[in-house]
Write a protein that binds this ligand. Structure first.
Ligand code: CP
Ligand code: NVA
Length: 331
């Protein structure tokens, strides 16, 4: 069956089939080969995109920029300040203006409803660059990285540890269900995923021959796993006053060398980044001063180990985002 994603939004992955996701992963591999062999691929000249970031970003912003430049396109960046969005102009009006000028719109912001509103009023594709609920472009990079390491996805054992109801946790659960990966979400009960989303994902997983497990037992969850995934304990947009409570909830869920040793010998460590694995940032130093911990979701030893594939994963953001842009706005 020929896959045609032209004109489609990319908002949360629930509306994408396994075949459509497979198509995007294969297209990303093709673009990666072109990039590595320095073969020009300016397939979308005379098209332009706009990227809206209401939250900070390094990887996602740079990935959209480089992907667009490589495809021969123009890019406009709208940051948290400097545009009319949300202050003097509604999302609906913004969408109806931007789609008169651009072939695609990326949006990173707070609620999932906002990116869905943007898509509703835009006549060109809208791509979710992260909301509080989902981070779908990240998933393509994560699963491409797993496939590069293991040669396949179906039947792999993936565990996500930490704030398992955050955007990464939700999206990993959706993507695993769609791609037949056995997914375990491990964290304290206070942070367990939304029941409705869990039920939906379990139904999808069952059709695809995989399982979704939720547990608070770290040793059981990480036993014999192929991939261990961690994320920050407090996400962008979460109130900083919650650090203390979150640290208390999650400090026993840190990914250490012992946890890595509990998984398969071939285990890989994944993280969307940025990560608090050392004292190299102002926030990490502040946390150290206030709460006396020098590493958070992952130890520096694990982060820097040969099991860690986090920089391959970061690179894959660009190749996979290029695939999404191309597939949805090509002629
Ligand atoms: N992983 C990720 O989305 O990184 P940025 O916040 O730097 O875009
Ligand atoms: N959960 C993190 C993901 C960052 C890529 C956040 O939203 O801050």
């Amino acid at each position: 069956m020929e896959i045609d994603l032209r004109g489609r939004d990319f908002l949360g992955l629930l509306d994408y089939s396994e075949l459509e996701i497979r198509y995007l992963l294969d297209l990303a591999k093709y673009f990666k080969q072109l990039k590595k062999s320095k073969s020009p691929h300016r397939f979308l000249v005379n098209k332009n995109i706009v990227t809206i970031f209401e939250k900070d970003s390094t990887r996602t912003r740079c990935s959209f920029d480089v992907a667009a430049f490589d495809l021969g396109m123009g890019v406009t960046y709208l940051g948290p300040t400097g545009s009319q969005i949300g202050k003097k102009e509604t999302i609906a009006d913004t969408a109806r203006v931007l789609c008169r000028m651009y072939e695609g719109i990326e949006y990173r912001g707070f609620s999932q409803e906002l990116v869905e509103e943007l898509a509703k009023y835009s006549s060109v594709p809208v791509w979710n660059g992260l909301t509080d609920k989902f981070h779908p472009t990240q998933m393509l990079a994560d699963f491409l990285t797993m496939e590069e390491n293991f040669g396949h996805l179906k039947g792999l054992e993936l565990v996500f540890v930490g704030d398992i109801r955050n955007n990464s946790g939700n999206s990993l659960m959706v993507m695993s269900a769609k791609m037949g990966v056995n997914f375990t979400a491990c964290g304290p009960k206070e942070l367990w995923p939304d029941e409705d989303l869990l039920k939906t994902c379990r139904e999808i997983a069952q059709k695809n021959g995989s399982t979704i497990t939720v547990t608070d037992n770290l040793l059981e969850a990480t036993k014999d796993k192929d991939a261990i995934y961690a994320d920050v304990w407090l996400s962008m947009g979460d109130p900083p006053e919650e650090w203390e409570a979150r640290i208390n909830l999650l400090k026993s869920y840190q990914i250490t060398k012992d946890i890595l040793d509990n998984a398969k010998d071939s285990v890989i460590f994944l993280h969307a980044l940025p990560s608090f694995h050392n004292q190299g940032t102002t926030i990490a130093q502040d946390i150290q001063k206030k709460f006396g911990i020098s590493e958070m979701e992952v130890t520096d030893e694990v982060f820097e180990s040969s099991h860690s594939k986090v920089f391959d994963e970061a690179e894959n953001r660009m190749h996979t985002i290029k695939a999404v842009i191309y597939a949805t706005i090509r002629d």
